[in-house]
Design a protein around this ligand. Structure first.
Ligand SMILES: Cc1ncc(COP(=O)(O)OP(=O)(O)O)c(N)n1
Ligand SMILES: Cc1nc(C(=O)O)sc1CCOP(=O)(O)O
Ligand SMILES: [Mg+2]
Length: 205
């Protein structure tokens, strides 16, 4: 997969008065390399509509597009990949369906990270680093200690996620993260583009 530094996930509850595509385009203009469609409430038809619109947007800007959870939607819109959690379809089975598309796997402990790496994940999510209200069924924060462990033992790309804000990202970078993912801090910002640029400024230092 193309390398990346800043990964933005959709979260429409954080911008109730703004259009999804407009917000994600601002994030892309701010330098986001990957956009993930994550939507826990829409039905399949609505999801498909959003996925098609985001696929068109990400193609226009040559940005990677990942669909969370729904392999069928990812295949239908020709997304670049899929993100799967520990409770989703196991990676080997997902690989049979998606072929060479990107597979990202959520991990919350080194054992999960090592397994995902050995099974051929293209990247892993590492979190939740801090407490977050964005994900209802999230596990307890893993802290920057887990980021440090992954930086030491895992060779595939990893992205830190969970409660990451402009005012705590330095801690995550100091622990060894070179790729950051955020939902609320990016899409809930009154200056989406500026927030992305500020994250990237910190990642480049
Ligand atoms: C980049 C990234 N990392 C982790 C997650 C969380 O995925 P999952 O554990 O499947 O939980 P849900 O997002 O489905 O609630 C993610 N989506 N993206
Ligand atoms: C979707 C998701 N997955 C997590 C994990 O740890 O796997 S934390 C999370 C929510 C991240 O949202 P915010 O940036 O608003 O805290
Ligand atoms: Mg999931």
């Amino acid at each position: 997969m193309k390398d990346f530094r800043l990964y933005a996930i959709t979260g429409e509850q954080f911008h109730p008065n703004r259009d999804l595509i407009e917000v994600m385009e601002e994030a892309i203009l701010g330098g986001v390399d990957i956009v993930q469609l994550r939507d826990k409430t829409s039905g399949k038809q609505e999801l498909l509509r959003k996925a098609r619109a985001l696929r068109e947007l990400t193609r226009k800007h040559d940005v990677t597009f990942i669909v969370n959870d729904h392999i069928d939607i990812a295949m239908e819109v020709d997304a670049d990949g899929i993100h799967l959690g520990q409770g989703d379809l196991p990676l080997p089975e997902a690989r049979k369906i998606v072929g060479g598309k990107i597979i990202g796997i959520s991990t919350h402990a080194l054992q999960e990270a090592l397994l995902a790496e050995s099974q051929g994940a293209d990247y892993i999510g590492v979190g939740p680093v801090f407490r977050t209200a964005t994900k209802a069924d999230v596990v307890d924060p893993v802290s920057v200690r887990y980021v440090r462990e992954v930086a030491q033992f895992i060779k595939i790309p990893f992205v830190a996620i969970g409660g990451i804000k402009l005012n705590n990202v330095d801690e995550v970078i100091d622990a060894g993260a070179t790729r950051i993912c955020a939902v609320s801090e990016i899409v809930g910002s009154s200056d989406v583009r500026g927030t992305c640029e500020a994250f990237l400024g910190k990642l480049k230092r």
